[in-house]
Design a protein around this ligand. Sequence first.
Ligand code: 5AD
Ligand code: SF4
Ligand code: FES
Length: 354
Amino acid sequence: MQFNSTYNDLDRRHIIKLLASEGEEKKCLFKEAARVKKEHVGDIVYFRGLIEFSNLCHKNCLYCGIRSGNRKVVRYDLTDEEIIDSARYAFDNRYGSIVLQSGELESNAFTKRIDSLLKKINSLTHGGLRITLSCGEQEEDVYRQWFESGAQRYLLRIETSNPGLYSRLHPNDRKHSFNRRVDCLNNLKKIGYQAGTGVMIGLPFQTTADLADDLLFMQQNDIVMIGMGPYLEHTDTPLYKYRSLLLPREKRFDLTLKMIAVLRIIMKDINIAATTAMQAIDKLGREKAIMVGANVIMPNITPGSYRDDYLLYDGKPCIDENPEDCKTCLEARIAIAGNEIAYGEWGDSAHYSH
Ligand code: 5AD
Ligand code: SF4
Ligand code: FES
């Protein structure tokens, strides 16, 4: 297959073909993605310290281990002090950026709490950390308030760009509306956030054409940060009953690598994460992602004792480790992948023009 300048605008049929590629054709795809990465963003990896500060969630997504309906989960909520200590760890270790992630809650108390945390972290670090929020769907004025209090980035995965598939993965109620999720993403962009999204790969009922549409959705919406990972079944979720429909785990992993590679080629200068879910399948998963186009890693800096209660899927790595273990481990892994960690840099996407 030829790679030339028209590659910016790969059409849907071409993308589907690349996602199905094997052998020489697949090798060629990975090689081209690595070349584009080197040319446009460099062989560099940015760190985002991930703080999974609470597994409380009022939603009930059918695939997720911490859905509200899963009574087996031990619920936790870090204290403000623990969150701030984690942010300080990231700052002291020159991570440049943190992600505050939780289940989805919408309430005045939650809005105020995040607002006050943002102010405290920004004052503690003299604005030296880029703060990303990953706290789900919220009203526009809530997003605006948080932006004004110092959050610059927001991650909200669309999960799948196919509304029909979305409705099979979520309860059929107003709390789980595809249209609201799209509206939220649009509001985030409008307010001025660097908006991130992403999808799960290898879901039951998902086709290669759906995945091609996911990539086109990201392109059409001019998204600047992407986190995509393989879908991994969780025993205590309703979607588990469809596990016989799934591709083998290695195939889901391989498909994720191809998605990253195609995305790098069609959106050359955005930030693409090598997600933890990739490492749940393949011990070298994140390194492999970096080699085919990813340029962001989110080292887990959640205090060790809470980690085994944030299990979105079975087999999540790093649950017995602490922040320092993950740092040392990732430094070695990134070196293996022939990349350099950009310590002390914010790592804004070159694509973000505000
Ligand atoms: N497998 C893989 N990813 C999952 N997520 C939730 N459940 C799973 C699962 N079973 C992802 C979703 C969500 C993010 C926080 O984690 O994409 O947006
Ligand atoms: Fe809650 Fe997110 Fe899990 Fe859905 S995917 S149940 S919103 S934590
Ligand atoms: Fe956490 Fe390797 S990244 S132990």
